[in-house]
Design a protein around this ligand. Sequence first.
Ligand code: SF4
Length: 185
Amino acid sequence: MENPILLTWLNDFIFCPASIYFHNLYGDSDRISFQERSQINGTAAHSAIDTGNYSTRKNIICSMMVYSQKYGLLGKIDIFDTSNGKLVERKKHIQTIYDGYVFQLYGQCVAMREMGYDVKSLAIYSLDDNKSYPVLLPENDPDMFEKFKNLITDIKKFNLIGFKQTNDKKCRRCIYEPLCDSSLL
Ligand code: SF4
């Protein structure tokens, strides 16, 4: 069996494929020493969920590991409400719904469905301003779903050797820049 693709990579890969290498190398615990304040806040926003403290309501499932054999994806969901089939990913502050956010939700959705859960709707929730952004289900947005599948293929084929970053703005915002041989700075 191929190594699974972590759901967090779907967003990281779009930002920069090389960042996945550093994310793996340093993991989530060491990551904090490289993180900017805003990213640490975002991580803290997830901490209640990651420790399973978000809700004691029986219909709410938090921070559950999910796996899709079909797509080779592994990761955690954020919140799933079994009473209405709504799957939600919370972010600290949302200014733009990036494709990577949608693909992470798609990954959660296909994995949940393979595991037998009836996912009926998707949303991304911005904690700072209490806004919810609905996301179309994969079957209702074929173009995005095709991009999602292509992204998985690209991640499987990616080889760090020979990779060249072309956008120096990304390197300026990147927490791994001091360590990265591919940096343009
Ligand atoms: S420094 Fe640049 S090339 Fe290196 S991981 Fe960050 S964004 Fe990618």
